[in-house]
Every structure is written in structure tokens, then in C-alpha cells.
Design a protein around this ligand. Structure first.
Ligand code: GLA
Length: 376
């Protein structure tokens, strides 16, 4: 490991989404939380324009001049690092160089937003080195721009915003149109269990973009009935039913729209049930979310289906669903805290027996982005 004299230390969480999947880019609602696992940054500001990064997990290094970042041209992790710096410069922030050790404990490509964790934490670090603090929504938008423009993934705002605005001990209910956030407390008797299915997220990029395009097709059809509609967020189940009656939809486009419209409704119901402590109902909504993602949005797979089925049959599990974009990656379950160790112990062998694969499960508290300055 390269020794970097730490001027400050930043920890940027990953995220897991409790409910509200594939709704963010439809201007809808999501309810994720920031994880205890994440990405760490040990930052030494420099007086020049050199950005020097040591990616400890990859045993790899990168050095670039801030005036000539060539962001988005490498096809590997450097696109995220240089892209984040470039997105800050694009947004008009003046930066100076820094030498940064980056490490972390998130599964990579597991659907827990390791890339957004990197972008948000790095943008925060580079700004902090200049003595600049910006609002979480602005930080998230810059990080999202890095992902879209320089890592070439056409993502929504959920991952970056849930990391930038995460509140310890709370899930965050986000309106992805206004970017308003409401922190929803997670009581101590509720455990959030994250399970990596061990299935790599193949297809995620191309199929993700295809789903986005299908949602846009659905909007174009629905606009013929109601021109005030901008996004699927504006569509009610009544309007959707009307469009079906008039035979306006191809089946697949209808099912994509039905997922998004019903998922937005589920997010509101889940947030309300969280507030009244009705976790049994939150769990039911999570199960329904999974089935909708499986049948209507078609982003699940046999292992994610199997894993969530096994979880639903276990004592103490309120509900389970795939989390993130899908096509492999992770599931999330809401579990009675007193039962979580038993569930983890039973799940591994059951999943292996059913699929031949190995899963990794951990429970997490909701966390937040943190900074530590050295003591004077
Ligand atoms: C990925 C994207 C998010 C969101 C989810 C699906 O994680 O980065 O913006 O669209 O998929 O909910």
C-alpha cells in the first residue's frame, strides 16, 4: 500500500433499495438506505493540478492532470475517477490536485451501487479539499452526470442521492422529480438483510437501456389520452386501464408501464406502513414488488426468484425482493432483528442446495456519508 499522509478521511456508503425499483428514471418514488459498507477515501490535497489515485482493491494506480483528464475514454475504473473530477469541473468548480487512497468493502457489480459510492465520495472529497460543501442533491447530480457522461451508464438519480443524503438509522423516501427527501426511521427491531446471489449482473447495461426506452414508448402512447403526462410517474392505474380498454398497448409495453405505476403506489404504501410499524405489510409490498419485477418488468432471474422464495418461507422474514437493476446481483429482505442470525445461517445451505451457488448475506444498519479530520 502506498503511504499517503491523510489530511482527511471520507467514508461513502453503498446503497440498498428497500422498494421503488426502476421508478427513478420515470420521475417516481424510491425508498433506499445507505449501507454501512462502502468506499473509503484517504485524501491528501496537493498544491498542483495532479490527481493521483491508488485503487487499493485493484492494486492499480492512476495519475492525470486536471486540465487534461481524457475522462470517459478508458473503459475501466479510471472512467469513474476521472469522470467524477471532470463532472465537477464541468459544473464550474475549481479544483486542485490530490493524492487519494481508495478502498472499500462493497461487492463490486453486485447491485449495491459501488460506482455511485465511488463517485459521490470522490466528488465530496475533491470539494472538501477546496473547503467547499454543497447540498446533497447537487452532489448527487454531479455524480450522476459522471456516471452518464463518462462511465456511459444511463442511470437515474436514486443511487447517488441515497448515498449523498442518507441519514443514519433511516431509510430515505425520495421523490425523484423534485428530489425532496423524507427520512423514515428504521426501528431497532427491524433488520435489513442484504444477500448477494453470486450471479454476475450480465446484460444489465443493454437491458436497462431497453427498459428505459420501453417506458418512454409507454409515455408517448399515454400522452395521446392525456397530454399533460410527462413521465410514468404522472400515470394512474385508472388511466392505464383506460388505455388497455382502447387497445392502445402492445402487451410488453403495457406490462412495463404497469410495473412502474404499481411500484410507485407500493412505495407510498410501504412508507406509510413503516411509519405505523406494520412491517408485515411492508414485507407483503416487497414481495409484490419482486413479482412485478419478475413478471411485468422481466429483470429477475431463476436465482433471484429462488433466493427470495427461500427467504419468504423462513420464520422472522417479513418480505424479500431483488434490489437494484436486477439481472443478477443482490436481494434485500426485511427481517425481525431477533431472527436475523438464524436466517443467515439457514439461507446459505438452502440456496446452495437449490441452485449450486454460494450467496453472501449480511445485515446492515442505515448509515451516512462521513468525514474524519485529523486532530489538530
Ligand atoms: C440502477 C440505476 C438506478 C435505478 C436502479 C433500478 O441501480 O443506477 O438509477 O434505476 O437501477 O431501480
Amino acid at each position: 500500500m502506498t503511504e499517503v499522509k491523510a489530511a482527511f478521511f471520507v467514508r461513502s456508503p453503498g446503497r440498498v433499495n428497500l422498494i421503488g425499483e426502476h421508478t427513478d428514471y420515470n420521475a417516481g418514488f424510491v425508498m433506499p438506505l445507505a449501507l454501512e459498507r462502502g468506499t473509503t477515501f484517504q485524501v491528501q490535497p496537493r498544491d498542483d493540478q495532479q490527481l493521483i489515485v491508488h485503487a487499493l482493491r485493484f492494486n492499480a494506480h492512476d495519475q492525470a492532470d486536471l486540465a487534461n483528464l481524457a475522462a470517459g475514454t478508458h473503459g475501466d475504473w479510471r472512467d469513474y475517477v476521472r469522470g467524477t473530477a471532470q463532472a465537477l469541473l464541468d459544473a464550474g468548480y475549481a479544483l486542485q490536485g490530490a493524492e487519494i487512497n481508495i478502498d472499500g468493502d462493497l461487492p463490486l457489480s453486485g447491485g449495491l451501487s459501488s460506482s455511485a459510492s465511488l463517485e459521490v465520495g470522490l466528488a465530496f472529497s475533491l470539494l472538501h479539499a477546496q473547503g467547499i460543501t454543497i447540498a446533497p442533491a447537487e452532489l448527487a447530480k454531479i455524480a450522476q452526470r459522471a456516471e452518464i457522461e463518462y462511465a456511459h451508464v444511463n442511470c437515474g438519480i436514486m443511487d447517488q442521492l441515497s448515498i449523498a443524503a442518507g441519514v443514519a438509522g433511516h431509510a430515505t423516501l425520495i421523490d425523484c422529480r423534485s428530489l425532496e427527501i423524507e427520512a423514515v426511521p428504521i426501528p431497532a427491531e427491524v433488520a435489513v438483510l442484504v444477500i448477494d446471489s453470486g450471479v454476475p449482473r450480465t446484460l444489465a447495461g443493454s437491458a436497462y437501456n431497453q427498459r428505459r426506452a420501453e417506458c418512454e414508448q409507454a409515455v408517448a402512447i399515454l400522452q395521446q389520452l392525456d397530454p399533460s403526462i410527462n413521465d410514468l410517474r404522472d400515470v394512474s392505474s385508472t388511466l392505464l386501464a383506460q388505455a388497455v380498454e382502447q387497445d392502445r398497448f402492445e402487451d410488453v409495453i403495457y406490462r412495463r408501464a404497469r410495473h412502474v405505476v404499481s411500484e410507485n403506489e407500493r412505495v407510498h404504501k410501504a412508507a406509510a406502513a413503516f411509519r405505523t410499524g406494520d412491517f408485515g405489510y411492508v414485507g407483503e409490498l416487497m414481495n409484490e414488488s419482486h413479482w412485478s419485477l419478475r413478471d411485468d418488468y422481466e429483470v429477475s432471474g431463476p436465482e433471484l426468484d429462488q433466493l427470495t422464495e427461500l427467504l419468504r418461507d423462513m420464520a422472522g422474514v417479513w418480505g424479500a425482493r431483488l434490489t437494484g437493476a436486477g439481472f443478477g446481483g443482490c436481494c434485500v429482505a426485511l427481517v425481525e432483528a431477533s431472527q436475523v442470525d438464524t436466517v443467515i445461517a439457514a439461507l446459505g445451505p438452502a440456496y446452495h442446495a437449490a441452485t449450486g451457488r454460494t450467496c453472501e448475506a449480511f445485515s446492515t444498519k442505515a448509515s451516512a456519508l462521513t468525514i474524519e479530520e485529523p486532530r489538530a
